[in-house]
Design a protein around this ligand. Structure first.
Ligand code: ATP
Length: 315
């Protein structure tokens, strides 16, 4: 089993879910339209990076992550996963799937057996499994492996998911919103463990989260999915350079804004704060300084919210 980090590529991938039939309380049967998970998504995941996967509810994050782990198959388009130069379709491909660990909020645990049984299963199917890491993290998160998963609180189940992801040491490790049930101290402990383990055992990690502010410091690359398509796929640094915030008197800020695209505007008494798309060149930065306008960076969370705002018209 190779331990080289896996990368992945999606080319024009469409995922359509079948039509379903539903009976209303009145007895009438209605036909639901087919749902679209992805509507032509193209993307490259660089091996050996931590990539944040962001998107509003229903954007297609889970669909995309499920494709990489071969839990779902594309309706059209291609998906390949694997180490550089040896990427293959992951569907029914044991070589690729044994190197891919998808951790979902549901936990994927055997609810009627003691937790120790599920852990043995993961140890068997993940060639790089670290029993020592699993034991240490379960101890850290105070999870009792003699309990059945169904007897664990939501937070403890999330901690088990986090443990499985880290202990798998899988060349592609995917965390799909696993931290939702965890309290803040547990989440922060998880982020620290993830960074420490990643530094020691380089691999590819994908993290989807709605807690963008909290996790953005972990990201090297960022993918933003919007309505089934990939809106942004670049380094976190490039994404941060997509916006700049200007704070100062209305007139001075207005002069700097000119005809540029505004992502957000906030009036604070006589002061206005505008988030602009793009950065400032040297002349603009000098003009801002001499006009007493404060130039700041924009957190990824704010950029993500503004760039995926359905009310904003894209150029
Ligand atoms: N099994 C399914 N049947 C029909 N439609 C589905 C199914 N699974 C997902 N969808 C639809 O596909 C779209 C993308 O869903 P997906 O779960 O991938 O989004 P998401 O970005 O993970 O959302 P969230 O942040 O709310 O978890 C949504 O419109 C959803 O309703």
């Amino acid at each position: 089993m190779t331990t080289a980090p896996f990368g992945a590529r999606l080319d024009d991938v469409v995922v359509r879910f079948g039509r379903s039939h539903r009976m209303l309380p009145t007895g009438t049967v209605v036909r639901d339209e087919a749902g679209t998970g992805l509507a032509g998504a193209s993307l490259t995941i660089r091996p050996g990076t931590i990539t944040g996967v962001l998107g509003r509810n229903g954007a297609g994050k889970t669909t995309m992550l499920s494709l990489l782990a071969a839990f779902t198959r594309p309706t059209s388009g291609t998906v390949v996963v694997g180490p550089e130069g040896a990427q293959e379709d992951p569907w029914e491909n044991p070589w690729i799937t044994s190197g891919t660990q998808l951790v979902r909020e549901s936990g994927d645990l055997m609810n009627d057996e003691k937790l120790a049984v599920s852990l043995r299963y993961y140890a068997d199917v993940r060639p790089c499994w670290s029993a020592e890491t699993a034991e240490r993290l379960l101890d850290l998160f105070e999870v009792d492996v003699r309990k059945n998963p169904s007897a664990l609180s939501r937070g403890k189940r999330s901690a088990v998911g986090a443990t499985i992801g880290l202990a798998s040491r899988a060349p592609l490790t995917i965390f799909d919103e696993v931290y939702l049930g965890m309290d803040a101290p547990t989440r922060y402990a998880f982020y620290d463990e993830l960074l420490a383990d990643y530094a020691e055992h380089p691999r590819t990690i994908l993290l989807s989260s709605h807690l963008v502010e909290e996790v953005e410091r972990l990201f090297e690359d960022v993918v933003v999915i919007d309505r089934g398509r990939v809106l942004i796929a670049e380094t976190a640094e490039q994404m941060r350079a997509r916006g700049v915030s200007l704070t100062g008197s209305k007139d001075a800020v207005e002069r700097l804004v000119g005809a540029r695209r505004e992502l957000h505007r906030q009036q604070l008494g006589a002061t206005v704060q505008v988030t602009l798309e793009g950065g400032l060149d040297d002349d603009e930065a000098a003009a801002a300084r001499s006009a007493g306008v404060e130039v700041g960076s924009v957190p990824l969370q704010d950029l993500f919210v503004r760039l995926t705002d359905p009310r904003s018209v894209r150029p």
